[in-house]
Design a protein around this ligand. Structure first.
Ligand code: 5GP
Length: 207
């Protein structure tokens, strides 16, 4: 086999960001621009929201089932967020990474730090709004939440910002297409790193 064709392992990409930053929209744009990325569908104990589908947005399970997965060592990471469990299935993503497929996780900051410890090569990206005022405007613009809920989300966002230094990259979501474009640029640069390309040279009799 031509060494240049040797299959690399997939990249594990973690995306985090405060509620209201538009993460799901950026992810949808990203997946529409590049179809060889697998979006990891998490397990959660929270109730589905209107329009959410089991197995598509999340795998919805009860606490007993979730706790059995924890006990069985089936999760790469999990966290409790606003009284509900959220976690990433190890089996589902392992198989994709082994096949050279990039895997995208949409997880909060505690989960991201567990991924960082277990998979030091993971790429951690934090999405921020252009400003905190803009985040507050976006949350109010949804017109679905009370002032109290919005205040809670903003407080949570401030807490999440305190963990931002563990991330490799910060992407500002002002325009969705630009944010998705920046993430694609990050992925391209990461895949060109020497450690991911050296095998192309090694089999080439050049060294
Ligand atoms: P939501 O309930 O709004 O869908 O998600 C709440 C938070 O949970 C978001 O910050 C989202 O990124 C995070 N989340 C979703 N899935 C997972 C997961 O598998 N693990 C962790 N640690 N966080 C998750």
């Amino acid at each position: 086999m031509n060494p240049a064709q040797k299959k690399r392992r997939g990249q594990l990409i973690v995306l985090s960001g405060p509620s209201g930053v538009g993460k799901s929209t950026v992810i949808a744009e990203l997946l529409s621009l590049r179809d060889e990325i697998y979006f990891s569908v998490s397990y959660t104990t929270r109730e589905p929201r209107v329009g959410e589908e089991d197995g598509v947005n999340y795998n919805f399970v009860d606490r007993a089932a979730f706790e059995a997965m924890i006990q069985g060592g089936e999760l790469l990471e999990y966290a409790e967020y606003v009284n509900h469990y959220y976690g990433t299935s190890l089996r589902l993503i392992q198989e994709k990474l082994d096949r050279g497929i990039d895997v995208l996780l949409d997880i909060e900051v505690q989960g991201a730090s567990k991924v960082r410890k277990k998979c030091p090569d993971a790429i951690l990206i934090f999405i921020v709004p252009p400003s905190f005022e803009e985040l507050s405007r976006r949350l109010r613009g949804r017109q679905t939440d009370s002032e109290e809920v919005i205040a809670g989300r903003l407080a949570k966002a401030r807490e999440e910002y305190r963990h931002i230094r563990q991330y490799d990259y910060i992407v500002v979501n002002d325009k969705v297409s630009e944010a998705a474009g920046e993430i694609l640029a990050i992925l391209t640069a990461e895949s060109c790193k020497t450690e991911h390309r050296i095998h192309m040279i090694e089999g080439d009799n050049a060294l």
